[in-house]
Ligand binder design. Structure first.
Ligand code: FAD
Length: 483
């Protein structure tokens, strides 16, 4: 009889989990599982407290689900990745494990950790088995004609859809219950020094909750997604990002449920639908992370970014972080992030553009602030979003396109309902003046307790265009390649 260990990391679920499925293939094998928390590593990687809390509660939920399958989840608190490797070796020896199973993670620190794990455990005679699980297709399966990672989303998407027409990746069912084991018990899971705190009514705990959320979205919201997804006051998107980012649900499963609930629509319509497009953007950013390890080091994908002279005004940065810039739509977005640990996609686009193109603050500062506050913080997507907004990544918004907060505010929060929800100071401002409350307050001589705009939008736009243009020209003069 073999003893198999599943090492859970960013895949806290029992349904459609490749490593778990593989470890449970043989009925006679004994299966145990382990999660190693690494608070120091998370701190160094700026993982937010909300995300850690979210993972912690899901770990407890996972433990109960595993218990139903007669699989014990052991828990250990290490410090960082190097430390966790030492513990893993100790654990495998102690529990007389034969085979170690895990699903791959793709950022460089995680890849290096797994490389060491494989090397060290193999030397000691353990069999180590890693699996692609987080994505629809591995980076080896989606390559351009030069056998490289795609850099343009449209071509990437075309290739993925072509593959999906040939082969929809199958989801793995929850494994059947293992033969009863008298040793089955709940081990204790406790995270020291973590203030466990996130809004459970917005993000309820458990993979069943995630699956229900997905089904509800596909049944009730999917059809109107294209029309409503850009309006932050509407509850029109799936809000699945924290679950996808901690591996409580998989993108394969999202596709499966979409195809099942919308089976009256042709496959091509679903695969090219606006919502599935977003799942494919997620996939695209992960493929970039795998193909370009410099993303993990927060390097821009274009080289000319080095020539931009960022202004990095600390007062402006603080005002942006706190939601006190005097631009209502920006401040409402930032306050949503600070309160909930989640921000609507349209607002992530506007607030990031504002930081980079109007305040001229290095995009890495914003990337870091987002990741250290988001409950769905995800290196691939966060970096992808920031490089997109800063016009320094693959297939980014052109540098000449700068979101005008006033225009965005009038278009996507016309009535001001969203702004008023997050900026109570503006509750007395009539809805049609909410986008420029200071003008109204001057006209009416009505004092509002809300900061004046910290910059002049038009001037900052001109400065930004000139800085970006100069940086690109310098690149050409120096004869450097674009990326
Ligand atoms: P839905 O609209 O229902 O989309 C379904 C899923 O598709 C999402 O859960 C997500 O996994 C993926 N997705 C949606 N939009 C995008 C996108 N623009 N790019 C890539 N994938 C997408 N998302 C994160 O999960 N974590 C992050 O750390 C993150 N940081 C971002 C930073 C910036 C500057 C920007 C512009 C976007 C960022 N996003 C991030 C992407 C996006 O804003 C969120 O995924 C989305 O708002 C989550 O809401 P939802 O689950 O309701 O999405």
């Amino acid at each position: 009889m073999q003893k198999n260990l599943i090492w859970f990391r960013n895949d806290l679920r029992v349904h459609d989990n490749t490593a778990l499925h593989q470890a449970c293939q043989n009925d006679t094998d004994k299966v145990i599982s382990l999660f190693i928390s690494t608070p120091k590593q998370w701190h160094n990687q700026s993982v937010s407290k909300k995300k850690i809390s979210f993972m912690y509660y899901h770990l407890i939920s996972l433990q109960k689900e595993l218990l139903k399958l007669n699989i014990i989840l052991y828990y250990h608190e290490s410090t960082d990745f190097l430390n966790s490797i030492e513990y893993l070796i100790f654990f495998c020896k102690k529990h007389k494990v034969n085979n170690l199973f895990y699903n791959y993670e793709y950022a460089i620190n995680e890849r290096y950790r797994d490389y060491l794990v494989k090397k060290k455990l193999s030397q000691k005679g353990f069999l180590v088995k890693g699996f692609h699980d987080n994505l629809l297709f591995s980076n080896r399966q989606i390559r351009n004609q030069k056998n490289e990672t795609y850099k343009v989303f449209t071509f990437f998407k075309k290739k993925v859809i072509q593959n999906l027409h040939n082969n929809i990746p199958q989801c793995f069912p929850v494994p059947s219950k293992r033969k009863s084991d008298r040793d089955i018990f709940l081990t204790s899971i406790s995270l020291k020094n973590v203030n466990l705190n996130f809004n459970k009514s917005f993000f309820p705990v458990g993979e069943k909750e995630a699956i229900n959320r997905l089904k509800n979205f596909c049944i009730y919201k999917f059809n109107d997604y294209f029309l409503k997804r850009d309006y932050p006051f509407l509850d029109a998107t799936s809000m699945l990002s924290p679950y996808l980012s901690a591996g409580i649900i998989s993108s394969r499963y999202c596709l499966k449920v979409l195809l099942k609930t919308k089976n009256s629509l042709p496959l091509n319509v679903l695969l090219t639908s606006p919502w599935f497009d977003q799942i494919l953007w997620r996939e695209f950013y992960y493929h970039l992370l795998i193909g370009f390890p410099k993303i993990s080091r927060s390097e821009s994908l274009v080289t000319w970014e080095k020539e931009i002279h960022w202004i990095n005004n600390i007062k402006h940065f603080n005002a942006w972080k706190e939601g006190n810039t005097g631009f209502p739509i920006i401040d409402a977005g930032m306050r949503q992030l600070n309160e909930l640990g989640w921000m609507h996609n349209r607002l992530r686009m506007i607030t990031s553009s504002f930081l980079v193109k109007n305040l001229l603050i290095n995009w890495r500062e914003g990337e870091e602030y987002f990741i250290s506050n988001l409950i769905d913080g995800d290196l691939a997507l966060n970096n992808g979003g920031w490089q997109w907004s800063a016009s320094v990544g693959c297939d980014s918004v052109p540098y000449i396109r700068i979101f005008n907060p006033l225009h965005q505010s009038k278009t996507f929060d016309e009535s001001g309902n969203f702004i008023k929800k997050f900026i109570p100071e503006l509750k007395n401002v009539p809805n049609h003046h909410i986008h420029q409350p200071h003008e109204w307050s001057k006209q009416k001589n009505f004092k509002i307790d809300y900061p004046n705009p910290i910059i002049n939008y038009s001037e900052s736009r001109k400065t930004s265009l000139s800085l970006f243009k100069q940086a690109r020209l310098k690149l050409h003069k120096n004869g450097l390649k674009n990326s």
